[in-house]
Design a protein around this ligand. Structure first.
Ligand SMILES: *Cc1c(COP(=O)(O)O)cnc(C)c1O
Length: 484
């Protein structure tokens, strides 16, 4: 990264008359001028730059980004694992990348087989009967899953179920999806150990409840041990049990939501199944259902025929279409490539290592950071800021100081159960050396907080911008360089 270019827009590098191209005079006659009424009043204010300037501009701008390919990215709940490059090669195969979504079935048999294979693998991994790969993200999967549940209740003439129960530790998309699905959200409390309060949940169950949405391991990285009991109570009340499997990583090959009694689930391919994400895209949130709910899945579905060919099918009971054709195909291909290259044993190992790595960091820092829930965690865990609260150094300060040391910050101030949440998810792809270096830096920051708190409170000191006002940036974004 060349600091000379920090923060400069392409407009500031512009000089009138500079060109990065040359069009030879071919003797071609000039066209007739456009009619006056179609011409703009002023020429567009386009930047005028030479070729080296534009190449340096974009090269340096790309180096301003932080990604999994540039460093450790322990962003809790987001599973920023390394994305193997073989996945990119598979997704870029012209036989796949150059397909038209409306090509005749007979000419896209390979693509349909890829879709069908992935949906079968996910069904096996999740313990479900069938998956749709059509939803475009985790939140979209949640909405789709809730629409399946609504279609199920309606098909039974059960129209009074208007509520969804969601734990207070849930990801914000859970209540949001329920609201978008036209359902009323009821919150169930967590116990001090971070798990759902089963008695509290029982008291909320009646014939107005359509579904209970749970995340397991939950957003605190804690495995919910009372699922069989919960599943029984939910089903006895006539409701369905929904599994938020955005972070399925630690469960891979170890436990299956279908076996635990869940009826509907979604998986985030872009997290657990290693496809690049962040900054708003791209994603894929397949939804799986237990036997008996398949007909409610969105249209179209991919089926394998008796003669071994594949076709698209639609079902009358379906909730309808939720995406253009079959979803985000390039992300599906990356996930398929990842699953096939790891195989059964590799997938199991991934989950185990993700769990080991998270516990290793937790145990190595618990003397300096406040650990509100003292349990073995799964793929991630949450500190409640520094153990020593006398320094005034907050979780935000720690996150900012980490940037100076070349790390992406962990997730901060989520979940909302603690004031100073600092949620760390190392994933399985990091080496022992990387984890040790990160632990060292976290210990250094805890020491700095005592010895020189101002240094931490004014961090970062080494980035192009220091502390932008997040709220103003979201409320009054300035998206143009010029004052229009
Ligand atoms: C990321 C996440 C989601 C939402 O997934 P998107 O693809 O961002 O919509 C839902 N639930 C949990 C637990 C998550 O971590």
């Amino acid at each position: 990264m060349n600091r000379k270019y920090y923060g400069k827009t392409i407009f500031e590098l512009s000089h009138p008359g500079r060109r990065g191209y040359h069009i030879a005079d071919t003797g071609c006659p000039e066209s007739e001028p456009l009619p006056e009424g179609l011409l703009r009043a002023d020429a567009p204010r386009l930047p005028e730059v030479d070729e080296p300037t534009i190449v340096r501009h974009y090269t340096n701008m790309s180096a301003n980004n932080f990604g999994v390919d540039s460093g450790f990215y322990p962003l809790g709940s987001c599973t920023m694992k390394y994305n193997p490059k073989i996945n990119e090669e598979m997704a870029a195969l012209p036989q796949m990348a150059a397909l038209h979504p409306n090509q005749p079935e007979s000419t896209v048999q390979g693509a349909l087989e890829a879709y069908h294979t992935l949906q079968q693998l996910l069904s096996e991994i999740g313990g479900m009967s069938e998956f749709t790969l059509n939803p475009f993200a985790g939140a979209h999967g949640e909405l789709t899953g809730l629409m399946v549940i609504r279609a199920y209740h309606r098909s039974r003439g059960d129209h009074g179920r208007t509520k969804v129960i969601v734990p207070d530790s849930a990801h914000g998309t859970n209540p949001a999806s329920a609201a978008v699905a036209g359902l009323k959200v009821v919150e169930v409390k967590s116990r001090p150990d971070g798990t759902v309060d089963v008695d509290d949940l029982r008291a909320l169950l009646d014939d107005s409840v359509a579904a209970v949405m749970l995340t397991n391991p939950n957003t605190l990285g804690i495995f919910e041990t009372h699922i069989p009991e919960i599943a029984e109570a939910v089903h006895a009340a006539g409701a369905l049990l929904y599994y938020d499997g955005a972070n399925l990583n630690p469960m891979l090959g170890m436990a299956r939501p279908g076996d635990m009694g869940f009826d509907v689930m979604h998986i985030n391919l872009h997290k657990t199944f290693s496809t690049p994400h962040g900054g708003g895209g791209p994603g894929s949130g397949p939804v799986g259902v237990r036997a008996g709910l398949e007909q409610f899945l969105p249209n179209p579905r991919v089926v394998k025929n008796a003669d071994g060919t594949f076709s698209l099918t639609t079902s009358d009971g379906s909730l309808g279409n939720i995406s253009a054709t079959l979803g985000n195909f390039a992300v599906q291909l990356r996930a398929l490539s990842y699953i096939l290259s790891l195989g059964r044993e590799g997938l199991m190992k991934a989950g185990q290592l993700a769990t080991l790595n998270a516990n290793y960091i937790k145990e190595s820092l618990r003397d300096l950071y406040k650990l509100p829930i003292d349990k073995v965690c799964k793929h991630e865990f949450v500190f409640d800021g520094l153990a020593d609260k006398s320094t005034g150094v907050t979780t935000l300060d720690i996150a900012k100081r980490l940037l100076d040391y070349g790390y992406h910050a962990p997730t901060i101030y989520f979940p909302l159960l603690f004031h100073e949440s600092l949620m760390i998810e190392p994933t399985e792809t990091e080496s022992r050396e990387t984890l040790d270096e990160f632990i060292d830096v976290m210990r250094t920051i805890a020491r700095e907080a005592i010895e020189d708190p101002e240094l931490v409170k004014t961090a970062p000191h080494d980035t192009p911008v220091s502390r932008p006002d997040d709220t103003q940036a979201a409320l009054t974004p300035k998206v143009t360089f010029f004052d229009l």
